[in-house]
Ligand binder design. Structure first.
Ligand SMILES: C[S@@+](CC[C@H](N)C(=O)[O-])C[C@H]1O[C@@H](n2cnc3c(N)ncnc32)[C@H](O)[C@@H]1O
Ligand SMILES: [Zn+2]
Length: 308
């Protein structure tokens, strides 16, 4: 199957990364190399490290960037970014991109179980070496746990009803497929079913892949890996994700707590740099029209400086 995925806010990412020809860059979610192909094009002497937890996505990137010798591919999670970079004998890098969530390819590839529009086993693992699947979550989590996931990660107002219905249905028969789950959601929710399908499938995907659990640590490690002037660009698709990025950036920027009338700062607050985007960047109207998946995207940028 062809890897169809239009890179989100491509121009904005390239502009904000301030790419230097001889710099070292990390794409922590390389996917189909949509952004990375534009990053490597700009490098002369520099190189790129591309990480993805999905082996199929890495394979697509390897092919797409086969003309470049200056790319290192890592099958793994961006949560381990520091280890991977250090293992290559590198201390600091000049720019990092995280384009979070799933790719359109993963959703469109029916067999992965990400989509309620394709009948397949309830899998949803981005990394097939992982053991926990959506089937495990749906069939083994308690009613209260399911309700919490649906309402926290899916912001679904019928979370309780849907969790209730799941627990009843699984008493007689294990819930195995995307269509079976969609039928259960349909029977629990009368109106706006498509939106409920989307929200519940999204919530399960976030839980299965632990997408929000270590994001804060990844961001802290990524910022610490940057050279002075280096930038971290993060694209999110979910309000909770965006909140984590916003709060971590604010923490890493730090804040002077000296009284206003002090001539100079004596509080010695720690700062790893500054937030470049006071408000998140969003796709242009044109991009949102062309690519509906971009509509929920938000990008925030942090620049390392030398206060510490
Ligand atoms: C939105 S896509 C990236 C698309 C890419 N920027 C492009 O333009 O082709 C997100 C990718 O991140 C990967 N991914 C998600 N969570 C990850 C994690 N924790 N560590 C590494 N890769 C992850 C997914 O497998 C997917 O390929
Ligand atoms: Zn101060």
């Amino acid at each position: 199957m062809e890897f169809k995925h239009e890179p989100i806010m491509l121009n904005e990412v390239i502009e904000n990364l301030n790419i230097k020809e001889n710099g070292i860059y990390v794409d922590g979610t390389i996917g189909g190399a949509g952004h990375s192909s534009k990053i490597v094009e700009r490098l002369k002497g520099g190189f790129l490290i591309g990480i993805d937890r999905d082996e199929e996505a890495l394979e697509v990137s390897r092919k797409r960037l086969s003309g470049y010798q200056n790319v290192k591919y890592v099958h793994g999670r961006h949560e381990e970014i520091k280890t991977y970079v250090n293992e290559l004998g590198i201390d600091k890098v000049d720019g990092i991109l995280l384009d979070l969530g799933v790719s359109s390819y993963q959703v469109d590839e029916g067999s992965r179980g990400f989509s309620y529009t394709k009948d397949s086993l309830l899998d949803m693992r981005m990394d097939k070496e992982q053991t926990l699947t959506a089937e495990d979550v749906v069939n083994s989590y308690s009613k209260a746990e399911l309700e919490k996931i649906f309402s926290d990660y899916g912001e679904e107002k019928f979370s309780k009803k849907i969790a209730d219905r799941i627990v009843k249905c699984r008493e007689s028969k294990q819930i195995k497929t995307t269509y079976e789950l969609a039928d259960i959601i349909r029977s629990a929710v009368q109106k706006d079913q498509v939106d409920s399908f989307k929200r519940i499938f999204q919530a399960l995907r976030i839980e299965v892949n632990g997408e929000l659990k270590e994001l804060n640590n990844t961001l802290v490690d990524a910022i610490k890996l940057l050279n002075i002037g280096g930038r971290l660009c993060v694209i999110t698709f979910h309000s909770l994700e965006d909140r984590i990025v916003k709060n971590t950036f604010t923490e890493m920027q730090g804040k002077c707590t000296c009284p206003k009338d002090f001539p100079k700062c004596v509080c010695g607050y720690k700062s790893y740099g500054k937030v470049i985007t006071k408000k998140p960047l969003v796709p242009t109207d044109d991009e949102q029209m062309r690519n509906p998946r971009s509509r929920s995207a938000k990008m925030r940028v942090f620049e390392r400086d030398d206060k510490n």
